[in-house]
Design a protein around this ligand. Structure first.
Ligand SMILES: Cc1cc2nc3c(=O)[nH]c(=O)nc-3n(C[C@H](O)[C@H](O)[C@H](O)COP(=O)(O)OP(=O)(O)OC[C@H]3O[C@@H](n4cnc5c(N)ncnc54)[C@H](O)[C@@H]3O)c2cc1C
Length: 508
């Protein structure tokens, strides 16, 4: 090992959307800080953030049914939907700022307007969707949402899904034009390109093998150059572990007490992808259905229009599966080496409690091509096998920890774990994911740099106009900001700008 050591203000581990976002925020807030990035792959955005490894949905709860839960009294709880929507507003505002300030020259390189829809069949599902629509559409964050249980209108909204469909049970959908398709891979690369031009040291093919506190109180990383095999030490005052699925191992290596007792469970994803232009042209929406029994919330099936490299394609899935790897390009020993004395009981408890999930994942893993096509035909009744190919997507490592609801609870959200002194933070979990990168990285900033927040507030408000306010409490401000953000990003404004008939007629 080379005993020379470099020192810097900030080290970002991993070149995914999270590190890209944190680096971009910090560069705007304190341009004079030295930032260094280490990434084990040969380019940025190669793991979960890559456009082929995720579904590219700008999650705002416009279509994802799992964010609205029916209560025992029959009412719909929309609090999670509001939270997810507000978080995505933050992302859009920051991206609009980056466009206005010239960091990103063309928003079309990473974001496109694509209507978001929910689609259900069967009496109880239709009743749920209607109640969900009634609860959401009166809320300013969801303005412009339409509902229909009229098959003729659905044929206009989703011709591919209605063609050759036998409608022998109630059927309904909601639609909102302000949905988005986001190319998180392209966005990650755009952000890192800009950072690199602004003196951020980017080190690809460099893997962080270890993290320890040194005698000066700095975090010292052992970094391996995967091309030459050389190992060097790099020290920093602040470290962000943005390793995606690789974060848990690195957090454990740091030894901070906040990282103890936490385990991870990997769920892999597969999409069926269609490039046939004739089929692709018949569908223009992201359409989310209902999850199967036992399915984890992020495995809700959906049929999505995607825009990648200016070319439209359709994605269907994700089909879940099990692989012991924590990263798509990880090791088969990832799961086993993440089990430590401090999380063993938690992991065993999770194994015993999640029988339904295990059963579901094994079932998904065993699916044949014909069975996957059958699932697709629930959405596209006349889907032909030759039009659809299977693509392996990213890995999502779900957090396992002891919570108030018991030992070994599987969590489906994301969580920022940081040291008490704010000198190191890691992001674990993967849902709602990349869409919430800005609000999650603002959480990292507020947890790790509380002493600077007051001074940074004016700049934070300039970058994210709704920072520190609840948009829901200020509908006029929400409309104003949304209109401005949509204009800058080339999106469809949510405030009743829909061109597909009015709500009341659609309801009839
Ligand atoms: C199937 C699927 C569908 C999804 N759909 C959506 C969606 O529709 N919308 C949405 O918002 N989100 C979605 N997500 C989630 C989203 O992709 C992730 O939340 C997001 O990309 C995570 O970004 P990240 O930067 O944390 O991790 P990543 O993009 O995985 O980046 C982590 C990086 O760290 C590197 N790394 C790891 N360990 C080390 C190490 N030791 N040394 C150096 N480098 C290291 C990796 O190589 C990688 O490049 C989906 C995810 C999956 C898997």
């Amino acid at each position: 090992m080379d005993n020379r050591q470099t020192k810097t203000d900030v080290i970002l581990i991993g070149a995914g959307i999270m590190s890209a976002t944190l680096g971009s925020l910090l560069k705007q807030l304190v341009p004079e800080w030295d930032i260094t990035v280490f990434e084990r792959r040969s380019a940025a955005g190669e793991e979960s953030s890559n456009e082929w490894n995720n579904a590219g949905t700008g999650h705002s709860s416009l279509c994802e049914l799992n964010y609205t839960v029916e209560q025992p009294d029959g009412s719909i709880n929309i609090s999670k939907a509001i939270q997810v929507n507000e978080e995505f507003q933050f992302s859009k505002q920051f991206w609009a700022y980056l466009v206005n300030s010239g960091v990103i020259s063309n928003p079309k390189d990473f974001i496109m307007p694509v209507p978001h829809m929910s689609f259900v069949q069967g009496e109880s599902n239709v009743a749920f969707l209607k109640k969900r629509f009634e609860a959401l559409s009166v809320n300013p964050l969801f303005e412009g949402m339409e509902y229909s249980d009229n098959p003729d209108l659905l044929k206009q909204w989703v011709p591919l899904m209605m063609k050759d469909r036998i409608v022998d049970q109630p059927i309904a959908a909601t639609r909102i034009e302000s949905g988005t398709d986001v190319n998180f891979g392209a966005l990650t690369r755009l952000l890192f390109d800009h950072l690199q031009k602004n003196n951020v040291g980017m080190h690809f093919n460099h893997q962080v093998d270890d993290i320890k506190r040194n005698s000066e109180g700095l975090w010292e990383l052992k970094v391996r150059d995967l091309a030459s095999g050389a190992v060097r030490r790099h020290a920093a005052k602040f470290v962000f572990i943005g390793g995606g699925g690789g974060s848990l191992h690195l957090l454990q290596k740091s030894g901070i007490p906040e990282g103890k007792g936490i385990g991870g469970f990997p769920v892999s994803g597969l999409f069926m992808v269609c490039h046939n232009p004739e089929v692709v042209a018949q569908h223009h929406a992201k359409v989310y259905g209902k999850a199967a029994v036992g399915a984890p919330p992020m495995s809700v099936p959906h049929l999505d229009t995607r825009v990648i490299n200016n070319k439209e394609s359709l994605f269907f899935g994700p089909f879940a599966g099990f692989s012991p790897k924590f990263l798509k390009y990880g090791s088969i020993f990832d799961l086993i080496t993440s089990v430590k004395p401090h999380n063993l009981v938690t992991m065993l408890a999770a194994g015993a409690k999640n029988f339904q999930l295990t059963k579901y994942l094994i079932g998904q893993l065993m699916l044949s091509k014909e069975q996957r096509l059958e699932a697709l035909r629930e959405f596209v009744p006349n889907a032909k096998g030759e039009d659809w190919e299977l693509v392996v997507a990213g890995q999502r490592v779900q957090i396992i920890k002891d919570t108030a609801s018991g030992r070994g609870t599987l969590q489906f959200g994301t969580e920022v774990i940081s040291a008490a002194d704010g000198s190191i933070a890691a992001l674990l979990g993967a849902s709602p994911g990349a869409s919430t990168a800005v609000s999650v990285m603002l959480e990292v900033i507020s947890k790790c740099f509380p002493q600077h927040i007051k001074a940074w507030e004016p700049k934070l408000r300039e970058m994210i106009p709704a920072y520190g306010t609840s948009l829901l409490q200020e509908p006029a401000l929400l409309r104003e900001i949304q209109a401005e953000t949509s204009r800058t990003l080339g999106l469809t404004n949510g405030n009743g700008a829909s061109g597909h008939g009015d709500k009341t007629s659609a309801l009839a």
